[in-house]
Ligand binder design. Structure first.
Ligand code: GRF
Length: 214
């Protein structure tokens, strides 16, 4: 019997910079490890390195200048319009530095995820991005750090964790070496989380995100 092919799970990836998590996700999809398709990439910057990469790989890219909107509601309406136009089922923030407008969080409740390079709720929140995160982890003297994929809510980095993975901090670590090791973890964790959503294996109850067995 010929099995009917199911439509792939449709995702949008939002970036602001180099886009290595987007690339890792794209590659994991190409290897057949994630049952999803990147329908579009939205970048908050026209000069983000990830924009060129996405265009070269045939992904539809929308650059959205957050500052050009009169208010948050019109920005949200624009973003929601783009996502609906592409039939997006899950929004993936991959190094996206802007705050997601409240109307969009409501419209895509529990369907926006973000990757953060630390073990939330430690070392998250506004201003905690890139090198700042790893410098703060080392400054505090932490012995472990890691990566968190979490659901996006109205507050920066405060939504329920979906997946977390930790690694040991080394005595000789600098923010750069720690960032590089954590980035490798991120590149595995984000595709894994997207695949769980694509396979409808995620159940959210309060702050507990439960993963259904295969
Ligand atoms: C990653 O470390 C991610 O955790 C954080 O921003 C960084 C983005 O890197 N949110 P890239 O643009 O995916 O290379």
């Amino acid at each position: 019997m010929v099995e009917s092919k199911k439509d792939p799970f449709r995702i949008a990836v939002l970036i602001s910079g180099r886009g290595s998590n987007m690339i890792a996700l794209h590659e994991a999809i190409a290897r057949g490890e994630v049952g999803a398709r990147i329908e579009c990439v939205i970048s908050s910057s026209s000069t983000a390195a990830g924009v060129g990469w996405a265009q070269n790989h045939g992904l539809p890219v929308h650059v959205v200048d957050f500052k050009s909107f009169a208010d948050e509601a019109s920005l949200a309406a624009h973003l929601i319009g783009l996502l609906q136009q592409h039939g997006v089922q899950l929004v993936v923030l991959a190094g996206f530095l802007k705050k997601i407008p409240d109307d969009m969080v409501r419209a895509f409740a529990n369907r926006i995820i973000n990757i953060h390079p630390a073990l939330l709720p430690a070392f998250g929140g506004q201003g905690m991005y890139g090198r700042h995160v790893h410098a703060a982890v080392l400054e505090y003297g932490c012995k472990v750090s890691g990566a968190t994929v979490h659901i996006v809510t109205h507050e920066y980095d405060a939504g329920p964790p979906v997946l977390q993975e930790c690694l040991q901090v080394r005595d000789e670590d600098t923010p750069e070496t720690l960032a590089a090791r954590i980035l490798k973890v991120e590149h595995r964790l984000l595709p894994k989380a997207v695949d769980l959503f694509a396979r409808d294996r995620i159940r959210i109850s309060g702050r507990r995100v439960k993963i259904l067995k295969n």
